[in-house]
Design a protein around this ligand. Structure first.
Ligand SMILES: Nc1nc2c(c(=O)[nH]1)N[C@H]1C(S)=C(S)[C@@H](COP(=O)(O)OP(=O)(O)OC[C@H]3O[C@@H](n4cnc5c(N)ncnc54)[C@H](O)[C@@H]3O)O[C@H]1N2
Ligand code: MOO
Length: 403
């Protein structure tokens, strides 16, 4: 919008992500790699399955010999090698058992009858029936898993299925999380009048760890310019990303932005988003390069929304994980009405999946200081600038999933 003095979220995201490349890889045992992102793709060493095997407990035979009683001349349990099957006979076989050379189908035992002279096999068994072919799941030499994939249950199973015990994953982005404000007190300590407990830290730590970051510094910073400069310098040395909460607005006790401008560079400030308008993006120098800086507003909901919209893609880019870079979008009908001003509103909603399609239920109080609005939210409904939304209108929602 031409007369909107605030920067768009898209412009801010592009500025934040510009020049970011994934961090180096590190080799890890697979049993410590859950939730980590592959830095290198993995090639299959083996065919899976490694040999033709039975999908059922039953009998292996030549399909052409079905429709008669066949003597049972071999027994093949899973884990034991199969000898060739002589013509005119069948083999007792169990699920996962190796198909004996010569056999070309398996009949499940429920379809057979045991007779004195052998096993009666019904007619019309197709060649290949109930055989799981070698390499059907994975072919040796093919790409098993691609770089950038977050290792979750099935991928870990695929690695184990290859006998692989180590992988190269992207190093976790190191994050320094600074809570500014004289009024902010750690849970466990007594509260004096005017003070509040630090709710942002616990919330952001959890979100950042879910996104794949490692917390290397977690500090509280008083409302003091020199102290803010000191801690920013220290944080920039030990972290890939420095995140602060509070102190980015226009008050006299808001020192973060001034400290950032003094020490490094403020790339962007004041966004057309609600909540989160005073969010500040920039960079701080460190010995071998620079450290990204994200200054989240102090209001807890601004921090929550800012984390999903900015920190998730930032951590994703540092991890080389495309799935983390954009939240999945889903269209839903609103169970609420609202009218919006010049900032895009990210309303906290609980999506319900009804027979009529997804419905977005908004928490009654959408103020940026009301963290209750986030507790049961599973999506952010994106209300465009100046929009008038009536009950039942369709809006786009961002689904709050970690990857
Ligand atoms: N004159 C103006 N005042 C404000 C503006 C403005 O444009 N002009 N913007 C408002 C908006 S919007 C926001 S958002 C806030 C952001 O201010 P800051 O980022 O400077 O944050 P603080 O002032 O330090 O704190 C705001 C609020 O959040 C509480 N807070 C801070 N840290 C924590 C924490 N770790 N845990 C829980 N709560 C926290 C703090 O006590 C304040 O109540 O500025 C508006 N003002
Ligand atoms: O932009 Mo602020 O985060 O609405 O309260």
């Amino acid at each position: 919008m031409a007369d909107n003095p605030l920067k768009s979220v898209e412009a801010a995201l592009a500025a934040m992500l510009e020049g970011i490349t994934p961090l180096d890889g590190e080799r890890l045992p697979c049993d410590q790699a859950a939730g980590r992102v592959l830095a290198e793709s993995v090639t299959a060493r083996l065919d899976v399955p490694g040999f033709d095997n039975s999908a059922m407990d039953g009998y292996a035979l030549r399909a052409a010999e079905a429709g008669q009683v066949l003597p049972m001349i071999q027994r093949i349990a899973a884990g034991h090698p199969a000898a060739p099957l002589m013509p005119g006979g069948c083999a007792r076989i169990f699920t996962g058992g190796e198909i004996p050379p010569g056999a070309d189908c398996v009949v499940m035992q429920e379809r057979t009858e045991s007779r004195d002279t052998g096993i009666f096999i019904p007619e019309g068994i197709p060649v290949g029936d109930n055989i799981r072919r070698r390499g059907r799941d994975v072919a040796q030499g093919s790409q098993l898993l691609g770089a950038g994939l977050k290792l979750e249950a099935a991928a870990l199973g695929q690695l184990a299925g290859q006998g692989i015990t180590e992988v190269v994953v992207c190093k976790r982005p190191r994050v320094a999380l600074l809570s500014t404000g004289d009024e902010i007190i750690d849970p466990g300590l007594p509260l004096a009048p005017g003070q509040i407990y630090n709710s942002n830290r616990a919330m952001l730590k959890r979100l950042l760890e879910r996104f794949g970051a490692e917390m290397v510094m977690v500090e509280s910073v008083p409302d003091d310019y020199a102290a803010t400069c000191d801690i920013l310098k220290q944080a920039a040395q030990c972290a890939d990303v420095v995140i602060s909460t509070g102190g980015v607005s226009v008050g006299e006790e808001d020192h973060v932005k001034a400290a950032l401008e003094e020490l490094g560079q403020l790339d962007l400030w004041r966004l057309a988003m609600r909540p989160g308008k005073p969010l500040a993006l920039g960079r701080l120098p460190r010995d071998n390069g620079e450290t990204r800086f994200v200054g989240l507003p102090g209001n807890p909901v601004s921090g929550f929304v800012g984390a999903w919209i900015f920190l998730r893609p930032l951590i994703g880019a540092l991890l080389g994980c495309p799935a983390l870079e954009a939240l999945p979008r889903i269209r839903a009908r609103t169970a609420f009405s609202t009218s919006n001003g010049i900032r895009r509103h990210y309303m906290r909603v609980a999506l319900a999946f009804t027979e009529q399609g997804p419905v977005a239920n908004a928490f009654r109080d959408q103020n940026s200081a009301v963290l209750s609005s986030c507790v049961e939210a599973n999506a952010l409904a994106v209300i465009p600038e100046q929009a008038e939304i009536a009950v039942g209108d369709e809006v786009e929602c961002l689904w709050l999933v970690e990857a």
